[in-house]
Ligand binder design. Structure first.
Ligand SMILES: Cc1ncc(COP(=O)(O)O)c(C=O)c1O
Length: 381
């Protein structure tokens, strides 16, 4: 009889991360609260400078969340009604809803089954076809923290005269050929949802760009179209990162590089523990890239049975995501306007997210690997 791992092995990242930074966060909040400046004040200013430096971009603009970040980038680029933006269907629904919120239409493209990121050949085929008409931009998603095949996607985007943008909501700390995700394209969207590699204690987001004029336009749109108080120069929105979240994010940003190293160490321990196991494909580190391991997602043809087995063993597995966007009822109207997505549909049926965060113990990783081995042994050969 197998013994289930104790539930306490699997703690939750947001609360662990708060406990780890508790004294510093509490002190930073006290300073911020007594400072009396609660919206777009010194904490947001400082965080924007520090986050831009971390990414290697000239500007970071704090906004209310990652979905708004996508919308604001597109609005600032005058991409909206009548325009189309290519995005994978294998991503968080927010990638597509940010596009719709800007008034543009998402068009779905297939992924590479090995990396789960946008497939350059599928992008080329889409842009060369009728589906590619009116496409103004491509939103590449570094899903799970895995950097997209940037150079190949960029060649395709350049050939067709469309912009290549980044969705970095899951990729704080990932790199492609020495550059951070968020510094690769014209502009990038980040989320600071509490579970993200860099997580606030509430909602938050940012846009990074090294284009001065674009950064200025985004700053104006972020707050009612104001350049100066009470005078709108365009129809803007209210999407501000608040001072409290900025104060918290500044504390956490200092330990982010160490946390990415720790995420990668946990991933390496999983890779060792799962090596050679038939029927289970572990995520891969692409040459010249740093996978930031926001999520550790394995692929298995017998995914549903493996998931049931792990749940029975007390392992908190998850699906990111149980359905691709085009398979969800709310997006059925877009499916007809996108090409077939066979790799996406195959990937979606096989993925399984194992627990991973910087505080996960070696015992927890061992317990998960043992549970997966016991599943493999129970399978007919
Ligand atoms: C890939 C991706 N894009 C965009 C978002 C949107 O971020 P937010 O939840 O902060 O709006 C998320 C968050 O879940 C995400 O994972």
């Amino acid at each position: 009889m197998s013994t289930s791992p104790a539930p306490s092995l699997f703690t939750h990242f947001p609360i662990e991360d708060y406990r780890h930074h508790e004294a510093e966060i509490d002190a930073a909040l006290r300073t911020m609260l007594h400072g009396g400046h609660y919206i777009l004040g010194p904490e947001v200013d400082a965080f924007e400078r520090e986050f831009a430096a971390f990414i290697g971009a000239r500007h970071a603009i704090g906004v209310a969340n990652g979905t708004d970040a996508i919308e604001l980038i597109l609005r600032a680029l005058d991409i909206g009604p009548g325009d189309r933006v290519v995005v994978p269907s294998h991503t968080a629904v927010a990638s597509a809803s940010g596009i719709s919120r800007a008034g543009a239409e998402p068009v779905f493209v297939d992924v590479d089954p090995l990396t789960c990121t946008m497939c350059p050949e599928a992008l080329e085929a889409l842009l060369a076809s009728d589906f590619g008409q009116e496409v103004k931009a491509v939103l590449a998603v570094h899903i799970y923290g895995q950097p997209v095949a940037w150079s190949a996607l960029k060649s395709v985007a350049d050939k067709h005269g469309v912009l290549l943008l980044e969705d970095c909501a899951q990729a704080h700390g990932a790199t492609f050929e020495g550059n951070k995700a968020g510094a690769l394209g014209l502009a990038a969207a980040f989320s600071f949802y509490p579970t993200k590699n860099l997580g606030a204690i509430g909602d938050g987001g940012a846009i990074t760009t090294s284009d001065d004029a674009l950064a200025e336009r985004i700053r104006v749109i972020r707050q009612y179209g104001w350049k100066e108080r009470y005078i709108s120069h365009c129809e803007g929105v209210n999407s501000r990162l608040d001072e409290m979240q900025a104060a918290i994010l500044r504390v956490k940003l200092r330990t982010l590089p160490a946390q990415i190293r720790q995420r990668r160490a946990v991933a390496a321990a999983y890779a060792r523990g799962l090596a050679g196991l038939p029927g289970v494909d572990a995520p891969v580190d692409q040459p010249g890239c740093t996978h930031a391991y926001h999520l550790y997602v394995i692929r298995c043809a017998a995914r549903d049975a493996l998931m049931k087995h792990l749940q029975e063993q007390g392992v908190p597995v998850a699906l990111h995501y149980p359905a691709a966007i085009h398979q969800q009822p709310g997006y059925a109207h877009i499916t007809a306007r996108s090409p077939a997505l066979p790799q996406t549909e195959m990937v979606v049926s096989r993925i399984l997210t194992l627990p991973l965060h910087p505080y996960l113990s070696p015992e927890a990783v061992t317990a998960v690997c043992q549970a997966i081995h016991s599943f493999a042994q129970s399978q007919p050969r």
